[in-house]
Each structure stands twice: as structure tokens, then as C-alpha cells.
Design a protein around this ligand. Structure first.
Ligand code: SF4
Ligand code: SF4
Length: 356
């Protein structure tokens, strides 16, 4: 039977809850390569509640540090609006400071894995994810206009660098198929431990809604389906109605039936918690978001010959080797290979690359 911890917490007392999570779900980290993956959806202020709060990340980093891992990386691939701004997203949110010397731009190095030809035959996953012995995922307690809630399972969508996220959105084409995609991405590498920032929850039309709610909890589990089921229940949403949880159960990833989950702590429905409009299809009806998704699927980098010095940095750093130098000493992109991660734009010392 899966277990889920619900522990009272503020950002000042997050360490107590994190200690309790590690007591209940003790990971063996000694001499292991550990990745901590917060939810860094986009550049924003910590108090906007869009990303995992730095206090939670810092408490987990300190805990892991004391368990003598062989190595520790803190990283994520921001979403749609900040593909090319990994460092900036960490900096603005305060997560860069919380990660300290362990921050890595994990979008700079990726490897391809087979995916589902119905959507995309291959996807590129950050090498830091594939190389980790242990992954600790730090989702947030939020609503989502397409999946209704976004927690432990959806946090793994960030293992994909760059515009692949938008391409998969587009390839899915409907909310139903997108739920399937989310579960398939999660299955590429299931994290080992989940510690959810539910100190402040997001309600309404997440995942970047201005409507916040004091929840005053940190949740934890070693099973994402059970954890998301408990989160949904607290929000007043029947987990059995969530398509991604049904898909996850079909895939053998866990149980959302509360009778089959041991809850450690007090499970109570938060009165009047606002779920997204349109029963979780609000993003499909949002023209601005749809235009952004479509725009991001057709971007390709182009170097300005007036600015480019032919230094090759972008060619060397492209995580999927999509760039090569032409005889004119200017990089050219293979659009079939490019995953639109914006790394070349971010890394070019001459600011010569734009995505067009
Ligand atoms: S990193 Fe910039 S300057 Fe260097 S080759 Fe690429 S586009 Fe040109
Ligand atoms: S060409 Fe640029 S945007 Fe495309 S995958 Fe390589 S680094 Fe990323």
C-alpha cells in the first residue's frame, strides 16, 4: 500500500516536514548521483507561487548534502515562456541561491530516447535525469487548465528541454491525448521521492494563476499517483475523474483509490478550493497560450552573420548536435534535429543567435 505524508508547514518550518519525509521514505543516497528537480515553470517571484519555494528546495539540499551523495545536481527545464532562460528563471525565483553550487543548466546536455510514434518517435531528455541514480522531485500544489491539477506526475514534464514540450502539446492535439503524453513522459524516468510544496497552493486557472491559497502543508510520498490523488482530494477534486491518473494506474504506476493509500497526517478537503474552468480544458480555449504553443513549435535558430565570430560555442554546446558550421563559418541548423531548447541563443557570447 502506498503511503502519503501530510505534514503541517510554513516556509520557516519546512525543514521539519522535510526531515519527516526523509524519515518515512528514507532514500539511500550514499555515493549516489542525486538530482533534485524543483518545478521551475518560469521566471517569477517566489511569492507568486508558480515555482517550488526556495525554502523547500534549500531544506532538501541541506538534507541531501548531509547524506554524502557522490554528486548532487539541482536543475529543471522551464516551460513554454522561458525555454531560453534557465539561469534567469532560477535567479529570479530565488532558486539559484537556494541551489547554491549545485545548480546546473540541465537543458545544455540531453540524450535521445524512443518515444511513442503516435506523438513523436523520439524525445531528448536531459542527461542529468538519465544519469541520476536517485531523483527527488519537488512539485507544487497547483491547479492546471489542461490537466485540472498539476503535481508529482506533471512535474516530470520538465525533464524535456526546450520546445519539445510545445511540440508534444501540439502533437497530442486534444486534452485527452495530452494526459496520455504526460504519463508517457513521466514513465521515461520515474523519480524516487516526491516532496510537494503545499505551503501555499494555487487555485483557479493554473499553472500560473494569481489565485493563491494558504494550505500550510508539505506532502511527501515515494509514489506519484498516490500523492497526486491525495492532492486532488484536498482540492475537492475526485482523483478517479482525472484522466492522467487513470492512465497512470493503467500503466501500473500506482493507485489513486484512497482506500488503497495510507495517509499519514490529516486529510481534509479545503473548502471552496477553486478548480480550473471548463473542467480542465481551459488551456485549449486560451488563444494566447495556444498561439504561444504553436509559435514555439516552429522556431529555429538563425545566426546573424554581422555578429557571429565563428567561435563554434553554439555548435559544441547544442545538446542534440543539431548545429554545424558552414564553409562561411556560420552555424547552420538541422531543423529535424533541433529541439528548440534555446541553449544556443543563451550561450552565444556575441548574442548573434535569434530563434525565428
Ligand atoms: S556561439 Fe555565436 S558567435 Fe559563436 S559560432 Fe555560434 S552564433 Fe557564432
Ligand atoms: S540548435 Fe539551438 S535551439 Fe536547436 S537544439 Fe541546438 S542548441 Fe537547442
Amino acid at each position: 500500500m502506498s503511503r502519503v505524508l501530510i505534514h503541517p508547514a510554513t516556509y520557516e518550518t519546512a525543514r521539519e516536514a522535510v526531515d519527516r519525509a526523509f524519515d518515512l521514505f528514507p532514500p539511500d543516497l550514499r555515493d549516489k548521483r542525486v538530482l533534485i528537480k524543483p518545478n521551475v515553470l518560469r521566471a517569477s517571484k517566489a511569492e507568486e507561487g508558480i515555482v517550488t519555494h526556495p525554502a523547500v528546495l534549500r531544506a532538501v539540499v541541506d538534507k541531501v548534502e548531509g547524506m554524502r551523495p557522490a554528486s548532487l545536481v539541482v536543475g529543471d527545464n522551464p516551460g513554454l515562456f522561458n525555454y531560453g532562460a534557465n539561469e534567469e528563471s532560477f535567479r529570479q525565483t530565488g532558486l539559484m541561491e537556494a541551489a547554491g553550487r549545485y545548480y546546473v543548466n540541465i537543458g545544455n546536455d540531453a540524450r535521445e530516447l524512443p518515444f511513442d510514434p503516435d506523438y513523436m518517435p523520439r524525445v531528448s531528455v536531459s542527461s542529468a535525469v538519465l544519469d541520476a541514480d536517485v531523483i527527488i522531485s519537488l512539485p507544487r500544489f497547483k491547479t492546471h487548465g489542461l490537466t485540472v491539477v498539476t503535481g508529482a506526475i506533471k512535474n516530470s514534464y520538465g525533464i524535456l528541454p526546450g520546445a519539445q514540450k510545445a511540440r508534444l502539446h501540439r502533437a497530442a492535439g486534444s486534452a485527452g491525448r495530452f494526459h496520455d503524453v504526460v504519463v508517457k513522459v513521466f514513465k521515461l524516468r520515474v523519480p524516487d521521492l516526491f516532496i510537494m510544496d503545499a505551503v501555499v497552493g494555487m487555485e483557479g486557472n493554473g499553472p500560473a494563476s494569481p489565485d493563491l491559497r494558504d494550505v500550510g502543508r508539505i506532502l511527501a510520498s515515494d509514489n506519484a499517483v498516490a500523492l497526486d490523488a491525495v492532492m486532488a482530494t484536498m482540492m475537492g477534486c475526485d482523483p478517479g475523474k482525472l484522466r492522467f491518473l487513470r492512465r497512470a494506474r493503467e500503466e501500473g504506476l500506482g493507485e489513486y483509490d484512497l482506500e488503497k493509500i495510507e495517509v499519514i497526517g490529516e486529510l481534509a478537503v479545503i473548502p471552496g478550493y477553486k478548480l480550473p474552468p471548463l473542467g480542465g480544458e481551459a488551456i485549449l480555449g486560451n488563444e494566447e497560450v495556444q498561439a504561444t504553443i504553436h509559435g514555439k513549435t516552429v522556431l529555429a535558430p538563425k545566426a546573424d552573420p554581422e555578429l557571429c565570430t565563428g567561435c563554434c560555442t553554439c555548435v559544441d554546446q547544442c545538446p542534440v548536435s543539431a548545429l554545424s558550421m558552414t564553409e562561411e563559418d556560420i552555424p547552420r541548423v538541422d531543423e529535424e534535429e533541433c529541439i528548440g531548447c534555446f541553449c544556443c541563443q543563451e550561450i552565444c557570447p556575441e548574442k548573434a543567435i535569434t530563434l525565428q
